[in-house]
Write a protein that binds this ligand. Sequence first.
Ligand SMILES: [Zn+2]
Length: 121
Amino acid sequence: MTSIDTGEFRDALMEERQRVEHALATLRDEHPGSLDDEVEEVANDNHLAETASATLGREIDYTLGDNAEQVISEIDAALRRIDDGTYGTCTSCGQEIPRGRLEANPWASLCIDCKRRAEAG
Ligand SMILES: [Zn+2]
């Protein structure tokens, strides 16, 4: 058992999920078209600098979109771990995840060691 107050983290997770979902919906409303269409339009105006910035802005938006979906699925997984009583323990090695790490990232599923290992490949 952990000493973590899962109710507190459940609230934080639900709140963050709503926030991310809203951001994702806003992102999709603002950018219903495809990237190719937009770059072509700008390029036809012969403003190369604008083409570059349009492309860059769109790439960042898409990264955020992908990231938001990833975050939502991680939040859902964390909420399931609260339900089944495994929240706050590393899903890889079973060690307790430090409270400070959960406060910074409530949907963290790995301890810092395993996270580093995962990111290293
Ligand atoms: Zn671990």
